[in-house]
Design a protein around this ligand. Structure first.
Ligand code: FAD
Length: 371
């Protein structure tokens, strides 16, 4: 049986970033990806926003990795000329009582170390975004956008340069702990395969709870079972009404229907957030809901300008109505799985945090696993 040193399961942005970092120092890193190419699932069905870090509780992994990742992604983009724009974001208070919520976001942002946050009044908002009609907004200048596929290509070229291998069309279906190693089985390009790995890193995104269960872990007892929370996007046709990202105060499981310019300046609305049982990327919402939400802060939007675009699915640890859950990023040694690093619930802001997650996983490996 072939032996690899480190097996990374999943080549979304997280698996690629982890493999790129860990292969800087280690030989024998293999990434197994079930699809024909990297990044075909959540990592290519998202908003491409480099978040600032105002939405997550102090000291959570989401807060720490988002703020650090924000800085790292800009640095990578500038160094390797990856298309991106530091556009800045307005979070707007539409109702009077939402001003309190803006203040909470400002407080959380400051606690998390987000720089440059500032409240704006109506006049200041109008100067920046004449079509936005609200009394008060929170400006986060470090929010921006990036082309996710270009960022993934960067991580891929890094791992390739470090002699790590990406095996596409290679689905892992079984993981068995043997004496100090893991026997990984599955199907690779139509053929059964089996390899032995000293270390396994689960970066399987929407399927990471299923991969965790392959080891025999009770995912319900560990609270790792994922809930799929879908978000649809609509595209605005015609002249873009904003230059920056514009978000309402978040409500429910998503961040609220917002306006995100892409790198060409065209605007997407969304994503909304609703729980689903299956993974499919059809747009299931209708444009009326989107227009009604957005016209509360941007009355110039007309329904005929809104066209169905795309969708994505969040791998959430929290089910409908449940409170905040953090990323799970941990070595499972205390669950009898020495050498198995678990990444579950990597919803937003894991794109922003990807490079920082790569560093964290590499540190866990160096400190707890590598002899
Ligand atoms: C609607 C939406 C909007 C978002 N917007 C943003 C944003 O603006 N900014 C931000 O920071 N984050 C955003 N996110 C979150 C971000 O996109 C994800 O957190 C990130 O892409 C997760 O990457 P991943 O590598 O963990 O998962 P994935 O991209 O899903 O990759 C996992 C990979 O594992 C593979 N895989 C699974 N099972 C197996 C197996 N058994 N064998 C082999 N391969 C396997 C899959 O094929 C897949 O390629 C958004 C998410 C959604 C859904």
């Amino acid at each position: 049986m072939e032996t690899v040193n480190i097996a990374v399961i999943g080549a979304g942005i997280v698996g690629l970033a982890v493999a790129a970092k860990i292969s800087e120092k280690k030989e024998g890193v293999y990434v197994f990806e079930k699809n024909k190419r990297f990044g075909q699932e959540t990592s290519s069905h998202n908003s491409g926003v480099i978040h600032s870090g105002i939405h997550y509780p102090k000291n959570s992994l989401k807060a720490k990795l988002c703020v650090k990742g924000n800085y790292m992604i800009y640095e990578i983009c500038e160094k390797y000329r990856i298309p991106h724009k530091r556009l800045g974001k307005l979070t707007v208070a539409i109702e009077e009582e939402e001003i309190d919520e803006l203040e909470q976001l400002m407080k959380a942002g400051k606690e998390n170390g987000v720089e440059g946050l500032k409240f704006l009044d109506k006049e200041e908002i109008k100067k920046l975004e004449p079509n936005v009609e609200v009394e008060r907004a929170l400006l986060s200048p470090s929010t921006g956008i990036v082309e996710p596929d270009e960022l993934m290509s960067h991580f891929y070229s890094q791992l390739h340069r470090n002699n790590a291998v990406l095996a596409n069309e290679t689905e892992v279906t079984t993981i068995r702990k043997t004496d100090g190693e893991y026997e990984i089985g599955g199907i690779s390009v139509g053929e059964k395969f089996i390899v032995s790995a000293k270390t396994v890193i689960n970066c399987a995104g929407l399927y990471s709870d299923k991969v965790a269960a392959m080891t025999g872990l009770d995912i319900d007892k560990r609270d790792y079972r994922l809930h799929y929370c879908k978000g649809d996007y609509f595209r605005l046709v015609g002249k873009p009404p904003v230059r920056m990202l514009v978000y309402p105060v978040p409500k429910g499981p998503g961040l609220g229907i917002h306006l995100t310019p892409d790198l060409g300046g065209s605007i997407r609305l969304g994503p909304n957030a609703y729980y689903v049982n299956d993974i499919n990327y059809d747009v299931e919402s209708n444009s009326k809901e989107f227009r009604e939400d957005v016209e509360r802060f941007m009355p110039c939007i007309r329904e005929r300008q809104i066209q169905a675009d795309s969708s994505g699915i969040r791998p959430k640890l929290q089910g409908p109505g449940e409170g905040f859950r953090d990323f799970v990023i941990r070595h499972e040694a205390d669950n009898g799985l020495f050498g198995f690093i678990q990444l579950v619930g990597l919803e937003s802001p894991a794109l922003t945090a990807s490079a920082a997650i790569g560093e964290l996983v590499s540190e866990i490996y160096e400190n707890e696993i590598s002899q």
